[in-house]
Design a protein. Structure first.
Length: 378
């Protein structure tokens, strides 16, 4: 049995990417139906760091543009979204890392991202909980934090009846139609997959790879840390392609709690907390925050980022199935890049001028890999 969805676009996935896409499309007058199986995903498990990442020019352009869009929304967001413009301190432990910070500052400046060098003595005053022998830090001024689950709820509540949310399992997609768990097929002018890890089940030929991560949150210790703190070696960990890696990343929550990351593991879908990995992560954190061992931890958990082979998301129409659109593979930058990703999807769907060069993000770049996968499984 089949029926036409009472919507211009059906979005699969109600995380931060799907919610922001719904918000952008509804703002343009479209009727959007969002379907989500409520199984939870990266949005509820992540840190919510709004960070300008500069590992390649496309990533930097997307993240910087997106942070500007978040800043434009900040006055409208309710307090529950916990938006804070705390900035990021990229920590340099020695002279070699000072050189990395200088190169990073130059790359950021090329894209208009504001940053400034913080000397060792100034860093001790800004963040006295850090170990005292750090060489300094690069402060990225416009970076911030956000509580993404609350932002999702707010986004989906905007634009009245133009956004409807349906709790259901999607078991199959074919172009501009999808099949629900009750066997009902639904059609719409456009179907958009924004369901992260779950998209691997619906489109196994698309090269998406899960990366497991651990997080831990402490009890409340107001003002003990005031900036997002990240080691300059974080990028190497974030873009590792094998094994298990950890890096120092600590975020101050408005509640006074510290949210501690980060770790990455490949080739596992086991949701359990692995105490050896958690231990490595906390040891790394304590290397930068020696007093961390005196704080009480109240909860730890895991989640799964989903990455593409080149580390850039898939944003556009799926070439093999007209009517099927993808907003997938954001890895650890889903919250940061949600507004820019949604703008790019909306512009392509409606034939508007695209705000950024869409070429690095188009799904066609992996068409050959997808064809090979389909042939191998046929």
């Amino acid at each position: 049995m089949a029926r036409t969805a009472a919507a211009d676009v059906v979005i699969v996935g109600a995380g931060i990417i799907g919610a922001m896409c719904a918000y952008e499309l509804a703002a343009r007058g479209l009727c959007v139906r969002v379907i989500d199986n409520r199984s939870g995903g990266a949005t509820g498990a992540g840190m919510g760091h709004l960070v300008a990442m500069d590992d390649n020019p496309a990533e930097l352009a997307l993240s910087h543009y997106s942070i500007g869009l978040w800043n434009a929304l900040r006055e409208r967001l309710p307090e529950a979204c916990a938006y804070r413009n705390c900035g990021t301190l990229w920590l340099a432990a020695n002279d070699d890392e000072c050189a990395l910070a200088e190169a990073k500052q130059a790359r950021l400046a090329e894209h208009g991202v504001q940053s400034n060098w913080v000397s060792a003595s100034s860093l001790r005053q800004l963040e006295p909980m850090l170990r005292s022998d750090l060489a300094g830090a690069l402060k990225v001024i416009d970076d911030g934090i956000l509580y993404a689950p609350a932002a999702v709820r707010w986004l989906l509540a905007q634009h009245g009846s133009r956004i409807t949310v349906q709790e259901e399992e999607v078991i199959r997609v074919e172009g501009n139609r999808l099949c629900l768990s009750d066997g009902l097929w639904m059609t719409a002018p456009a179907i958009l997959l924004a369901n992260g890890l779950d998209a691997c089940r619906l489109l196994p030929e698309v090269p998406l790879r899960p990366k497991k991560g651990h997080l831990l949150i402490t009890d409340r210790y107001p003002a003990c840390v005031t900036h997002q703190l990240v080691e300059l070696g974080y990028a190497a960990s974030a873009h590792a392609s094998d094994g298990t890696s950890v890096a120092f990343n600590v975020q101050p929550r408005p509640t006074g709690q510290l949210l501690i990351g980060s770790s990455r593991q490949f080739d596992t879908l086991d949701k359990r907390v692995e105490f050896d990995v958690l231990g490595r992560m906390l040891t790394r954190a304590q290397h930068y925050l020696p007093g961390l061992g005196e704080l009480n931890a109240i909860r730890s958990w895991t989640g799964f980022r989903v990455a593409t082979p080149d580390g850039l998301p898939l944003l556009g129409q799926y070439p093999d199935q007209p009517g099927l659109w993808l907003a997938l593979g954001h890895e650890g930058l889903g919250v940061t890049t949600a507004p820019a990703s949604a703008r790019m999807i909306a512009a392509q769907l409606l034939g508007e001028a695209i705000p950024l060069d869409s070429t690095p993000f188009r799904p066609e770049r992996f068409a050959n890999a997808a064809s090979t996968t389909r042939e191998a499984t046929a």
